[in-house]
Ligand binder design. Structure first.
Ligand SMILES: [Zn+2]
Ligand SMILES: [Zn+2]
Length: 90
């Protein structure tokens, strides 16, 4: 019975994986357009749908996460921070 030849154990090239690669693996892709901010109060908005952004919620009603009370706090915004005119207000 032939003795199987021992092959050298190939070590995984751990050093070839840079830390930056590991970070970008789990971070969301950076938005080339930059963060979307409200046109009224300048707060950052969170994307809640396709081309739809809203203010970050606050524990207080009618108030965004930074404490502003813009009229658009409960409205939907486009990528430019403008309020989407989805329904007539009057
Ligand atoms: Zn707004
Ligand atoms: Zn604000």
């Amino acid at each position: 019975m032939p003795i199987p030849s021992r092959r050298p154990v190939v070590e995984p090239a751990a050093s070839s994986t840079r830390a930056t690669d590991m970070i970008t693996n789990w971070l969301p892709a950076p938005d080339a357009r930059g963060p979307v901010t409200c046109d009224r109060c300048g707060c950052r908005l969170q994307q809640v749908g396709v081309e739809v952004w809203r203010h970050f919620p606050s524990t207080e009603s009618d108030q965004d996460a930074r404490g502003c009370r813009p009229v658009c706090v409960d409205d939907e915004h486009d990528r430019f921070g403008h309020v989407l005119e989805t329904a007539p207000l009057h």
